[in-house]
Design a protein around this ligand. Structure first.
Ligand code: MN
Length: 396
């Protein structure tokens, strides 16, 4: 590989950070059941410990996304404890994720619920989440809504849209000047007929309605099969409304698989749109890269390291695209040259340059091997096994 390419990869890696989710370390399952792992995290402290382990080995995951209900069960009173964990395990609190879907009162929705009490509870919880973010010095409050309906005729779609506009506007007014509201969309599940924020157009509309600090969050698993996600990314970039990503991979629906396990070219094309935008405009895209995945079968920490590695690798590959050559090819409708710019970069083995970069940072060259050699998993599995086995439950 030419030294210019190596430099370019190293430069790309310098700026690439990705946030890991606390919930990615706990036992999760499908609606049919949960296969409990003896080493899974059972407390917030254990999630911080695992996240700290991933950061120590990869060096690029300094923040952990927190879930208000699961990680801060006492609300603001949980903040000092979380700050203590952050200091002890060397990872800072990242995005704050309110929970507006789990409690019984949300059966028919949160902000879209016709019942005023449910809406008020959703609003109060969201306000609390903003306050928690402020105390933890977290910039992003990340909203995903399960709101929707299962059968035609059962919900007033326009009335619910108006309720969302009203509540998001009110919440936006609670943000401090540096904070951002991220609005995530998803086409279906848990709702199977209509979902109140079903696609990027709806999320973009709500972001605009909410105010200037609102942005759209793209979860790569939240699209219909074959949808062109990089085009959505390009449009959101050009509208200055792309706030962040939840990375994961999928084959059928929102499968939450490790990134690149099914279609690495997809994530590569997304990174290309971002890097191409930066090259063309000279602006740095202010985007929060985050992981949102759940591993029913794979080991939690290994799966997280796999995704971090893959994100880093695909970002490095995308950084090799010759944007000047690509731009010329596009201008002259030179299709094969244009396409080859992407294909050649994608086909390049960037792993030797990644290993070199890691070594220069004092990081293990092979993170998965380093994790395996550390004995961490065996140690925590022995400590946590009895608590995990006690939590085995069935679906029905
Ligand atoms: Mn997500």
């Amino acid at each position: 590989m030419k030294s210019k390419s190596i430099d370019r990869i190293h430069q790309a890696l310098e700026g690439f950070r990705i946030e890991i989710p606390s919930w990615g370390f706990a036992n999760t399952g499908t609606r049919f059941g949960k296969f409990v792992q003896p080493g899974a995290a059972t407390t917030t402290e254990e999630k911080f410990s695992d996240a700290g382990q991933v950061h120590a080995i990869t060096g690029i995951c300094p923040t952990v996304a927190l879930h208000v209900l699961w990680d801060l069960p006492e609300g603001l009173a949980s903040v000092p404890e979380v700050q203590g964990f952050a200091a002890r395990y060397g990872v800072r609190p990242g995005s704050i994720n309110p929970n507006l879907f789990q409690e019984q009162i949300y059966k028919f929705g949160s902000f879209g619920n016709p019942d005023e009490h449910a809406r008020r509870q959703a609003h109060d919880h969201s306000r609390l989440s903003v306050q928690i973010a402020t105390q933890l010095a977290s910039r992003d409050i990340s909203f995903w809504f399960a709101d929707g309906s299962n059968y035609p005729g059962t919900a007033n779609i326009r009335a619910r849209k108006a309720l969302f506009e009203e509540h998001l506007q009110q919440l936006h007014a609670e943000l401090t000047s540096g904070q951002r509201m991220l609005i995530e969309y998803k086409p279906f599940e848990p709702a199977f007929y209509h979902t109140d924020i079903a696609d990027w157009g709806m999320a973009m509309h709500f972001a605009r309605a909410a105010g200037p600090q609102a942005r759209v969050l793209v979860d790569t698993g939240h699209h219909y099969a074959s949808q062109n996600i990089e085009q959505i990314v390009a449009w959101l970039l050009s509208e200055n409304l792309l706030g962040g990503f939840h990375f994961n991979d999928r084959r059928y629906a929102d499968d939450d698989l490790t990134l690149g396990s099914i279609d690495p070219y997809q994530a590569f094309r997304i990174f290309h749109e971002i890097l191409n935008y930066e090259w063309e405009t000279g602006n740095r895209a202010d985007i929060a890269y985050m992981i949102d995945q759940s591993h029913n079968l794979k080991g939690k920490i290994e799966a997280m390291i796999q995704t971090v590695n893959m994100a880093q690798e695909l970002f490095a590959k995308a950084s090799l695209i010759d944007n000047r050559k690509l731009s010329r090819a596009q201008q002259h409708c030179d299709l094969v040259t244009g396409e080859s710019c992407l294909q050649d970069a994608f086909a390049t083995d960037v792993r030797p340059a990644m290993r070199e970069w890691r070594a220069s940072k004092g990081l293990p060259e092979n993170p998965l091997q380093a994790f395996s050699d550390s004995g961490y998993l065996e140690r925590v599995a022995a400590e946590r096994a009895s608590r995990n086995m006690a939590s085995i439950s069935s679906y029905a």
